[in-house]
Design a protein around this ligand. Structure first.
Ligand code: ZN
Length: 594
C-alpha cells in the first residue's frame, strides 16, 4: 500500500544515485532528504542500489526484495524468525559493565551503544523451541560495536554453553563478529580460549553444537566458537575469515579475488557443511537437531525388529543369494561371465549411488567438506531417515554425463573425500547413528594432488578409525569396488554387493598387464581374480548378494531398492540389541579372520 501511495506521488520511484552510500535494512536512514515520505519507509539497498521499502524488507526476512541481498538481522528479530512463538527465554539479559584495562571513554561508548540499540551487549542468549526442538541459543548482534568479543560476550556465550551442558541441551550459535573488542585488550583474547573450552566439555558430554555463520564472521570468533560446530552452516555470501580482507590486502599488498572468504568459498574449501537460505534455517536447524536426538535414535532402532516378514531360514542361511539362485533356475537366466559383469558394473547407464539413496532414504541433508582442504564431489555424505531412524549415509558417486563426471571426478575420491567420510562417520559414532556406505569407484584418484595431500594416509585413517566405530556399519557395493579406494568405506560389520557389482584388488586390465604383460587379457584376468559377488560370497569377503533379475537400470531400480531396503531393515533388526562394544568387536573379528 505504501508503495502505491509512493508511486502515485513520486512517479517512478526515488532517485537514490545522489546518496553517497547505502545502509543496512534497519540502519540509519539515508533517505531523509526525500520530502513527504515517512523517513524510515524507503531505503536504498546497499547491494543493488535500488530503492526498497522497509516493510517489504521485513516481510522478506531482511533480504532485499529486488536483488535478494542479505541484510544483517538484529538479535531479537532473529529470535522472531527462528524460534517458536513465545518460546525464547532469555538468560543473563543484563551483565555488569567491565573495563579490564580501564580504557578511557569505553564506558561512555558502551552506554551510548546500549541506549541506541536497546541492547545490553553484542550477544543475547537463552533457551527456546525451534519447530518444537528444545535448544540453547546465542545470537550475536552486529550493531553493537561490530559484535566484537569482549568479556561480556565471551561470558554470556560460555555461560550458555555451560548451562546447555548441565541441562543436556544442544546449542545453536548465530555468529557475527568484527573480531576482538580492542578496548578490552588481552582479556578479549582470553574469551577465545574460554568459549572453546566450554564447547569441548559440551561436546564431551555427547551434545550437539550447530554454528551458523552470518555476515561478517571474522577475527577471533572464527578462531574459536564459530568454527567448532559439529555442524557448521552459513548464510549465503557471508564474509567469513580469520584475517579480514583489508588486513590481508594491506599486509601482502595483493588484491583479493571476487568471492574470496565468502560462504561459497568456504564451502568449496571444506569448512562449511551447508549454505542455508534464511527462509530454510528454521526447518534445517530443527531437522539437524532431530537427527542428532539420541533418544529418538534409540527408540526408532528398537522398532526394527518388526519390519521384516522374511523367513528366518532365508535370512540366516544365505540371505538373498538363495532366492537369487532359485529364481535364476526358474527363469532359465544364464550366468554372466566375470568379464561381462565387469562391463555391466561400469556401464554409464547403471544407476549411481545417489539414485539408490533417493529411493531408500528420506529427507537427506548433505553435509560438505573435510574441514581441512576441500569438498570432494566423488563422495557424498550426510544425514537422513531410514523408516524414521536417523542414519548417516556416505556414498561414492559417479556422474551421469561429462559435466557431472567432472564434478564427481569420475567417482574417484581425493584424500578430502575420505577425510569427509571419516568426519561424518565419527559424528555418527558420537550420536549413535548407524552408518550406511554405498560403494562405486574405479579406485581412489591416482594423481599428483592426491599424493600431495596424502591419499595413502587418508585411506589408512579410514580403515583405522572405522574399526573402532561402535555403531552398526554396513557397506553395499553398487557398481565398481575398486581396491583400497573402495575398502576405505568398507571396514564394516557387513559388506554386501549387488549381483553385477565387482570388488577387486585392482582392475582386470591392471592385473593382466602385471601378470600377463598384456592388458588385453583383462577378460581372462577377470575370471581368475574372483571379483564377482558370487565368488566373493564363497570367499566370505561379503555377507550378502542383492539380486538383479536384469542388470540394474532405471527400469528396475525400484525393485532393487526395495530389496536393499528389506535387507537394511533386517540388518538393523539384527543389531538393535547389540552393545556398542560387541558391535566394534564383531567388526574386528570379521577382518581378523582373513
Ligand atoms: Zn538489492
Amino acid at each position: 500500500m505504501l508503495r502505491d501511495i509512493f508511486e502515485k506521488r513520486m512517479g517512478k520511484g526515488p532517485d537514490f544515485s545522489r546518496l553517497k552510500r547505502g545502509v543496512n535494512a534497519e540502519g540509519d536512514n539515508d533517505a531523509r532528504n526525500l520530502p513527504e515520505i515517512p523517513d524510515n519507509m524507503w531505503k536504498k539497498c546497499n547491494f543493488c542500489g535500488k530503492p526498497i521499502l522497509t516493510a517489504d524488507v521485513k516481510e522478506n526476512l531482511y533480504r532485499c526484495p529486488k536483488c535478494g541481498g542479505y541484510f544483517r538481522v538484529h538479535a531479537y528479530r532473529r529470535v522472531e524468525i527462528l524460534c517458536d512463538e513465545g518460546s525464547f527465554q532469555e538468560w543473563d539479559k543484563e551483565m555488569p559493565f567491565v573495563n579490564p584495562l580501564d580504557f578511557p571513554g569505553y564506558k561512555a561508548k558502551v552506554d551510548v551503544t546500549k541506549e541506541k540499540f536497546k541492547l545490553d551487549e553484542a550477544v543475547i542468549s537463552g533457551e527456546c523451541l525451534i519447530n518444537g526442538e528444545r535448544t540453547a541459543l546465542c545470537i550475536c548482534d552486529g550493531r553493537f560495536i561490530m559484535s566484537s568479543m569482549g568479556h561480556n560476550v565471551g561470558e554470556k556465550i560460555t555461560r550458555a554453553i555451560e548451562k546447555a551442558t548441565e541441562m543436556r541441551l544442544p546449542i545453536v550459535i548465530y555468529c557475527c563478529s568484527g573480531g576482538a573488542r580492542m578496548q578490552e585488550g588481552i582479556i578479549s583474547l582470553m574469551q577465545m580460549a574460554k568459549t572453546s573450552e566450554a564447547l569441548k566439555r559440551h561436546h564431551d558430554a555427547g551434545l550437539l553444537y550447530i554454528s551458523v555463520l552470518t555476515n561478517p564472521t571474522t577475527g577471533g570468533v572464527t578462531a574459536s566458537f564459530a568454527m567448532l560446530g559439529d555442524v557448521i552452516l552459513a548464510e549465503p555470501k557471508a564474509l567469513i575469515g580469520f584475517a579480514g580482507p583489508r588486513v590481508i590486502e594491506q599486509t601482502i599488498r595483493q588484491k583479493l579475488p571476487e568471492g574470496f572468504q565468502r560462504s561459497e568459498f568456504l564451502l568449496k574449501h571444506g569448512f562449511v557443511d551447508a549454505i542455508v537460505k534464511r527462509e530454510d534455517q528454521r526447518e534445517v536447524i530443527s531437522e539437524i537437531i532431530r537427527l542428532h536426538d539420541k533418544d529418538l535414535i534409540e527408540k526408532s532402532m528398537k522398532t526394527f525388529g518388526r519390519v521384516s516378514d522374511l523367513d528366518e531360514a532365508e535370512i540366516s542361511a544365505d540371505g538373498a543369494v538363495n532366492a537369487a539362485g532359485a529364481e535364476e533356475k526358474a527363469s532359465g537366466k544364464t550366468e554372466s561371465t566375470a568379464w561381462q559383469r565387469v562391463l555391466i558394473s561400469r556401464d554409464p547407464k547403471r544407476p549411481t549411488a545417489k539414485d539408490y539413496m533417493d529411493l531408500i532414504f528420506d529427507d537427506f541433508i548433505e553435509l560438505h567438506g573435510d574441514r581441512c582442504f576441500g569438498d570432494d564431489g566423488a563422495v557424498i555424505g550426510g544425514l537422513a531417515y531410514f523408516h524414521g531412524l536417523p542414519v548417516t549415509v556416505i556414498a561414492q558417486q559417479k556422474g551421469k554425463n561429462t559435466k557431472d563426471n567432472i564434478l564427481r571426478n569420475f567417482g574417484m575420491p581425493l584424500p578430502e573425500g575420505y577425510r569427509k567420510a571419516l568426519r561424518l562417520m565419527k559424528q555418527a559414532d558420537d550420536f549413535r547413528r548407524p552408518i550406511i556406505c554405498l560403494i562405486d569407484t574405479p579406485g581412489a584418484y591416482p594423481g599428483m594432488e592426491s599424493e600431495e595431500r596424502g591419499q595413502g594416509e587418508a585411506i589408512a585413517r579410514c580403515l583405522y578409525e572405522m574399526s573402532g566405530v561402535k555403531v552398526p556399519v554396513v557397506s553395499l557395493v553398487v557398481g565398481e569396488g575398486g581396491s583400497g579406494g573402495a575398502l576405505a568405506l568398507a571396514v564394516s560389520n557387513e559388506v554386501w554387493m549387488l549381483e553385477n557389482a565387482i570388488y577387486s584388488i585392482l582392475s582386470p586390465e591392471g592385473f593382466a598387464s602385471i601378470l600377463y604383460k598384456d592388458s588385453k587379457k583383462a577378460p581372462e584376468a577377470a575370471e581368475v581374480m574372483k571379483i564377482t559377488a558370487a565368488d566373493l560370497k564363497k570367499l566370505n569377503v561379503i555377507e550378502k548378494i542383492i539380486r538383479e533379475d536384469e542388470p540394474a537400470s532405471s527400469e528396475n531400480i525400484h525393485e532393487i531398492a526395495k530389496l536393499i531396503d528389506e535387507e537394511l531393515s533386517d540388518f538393523l533388526a539384527r543389531y538393535k540389541d547389540k552393545t556398542p562394544d560387541d558391535i566394534a568387536r564383531e567388526r574386528y573379528d570379521r577382518f581378523r579372520s582373513f
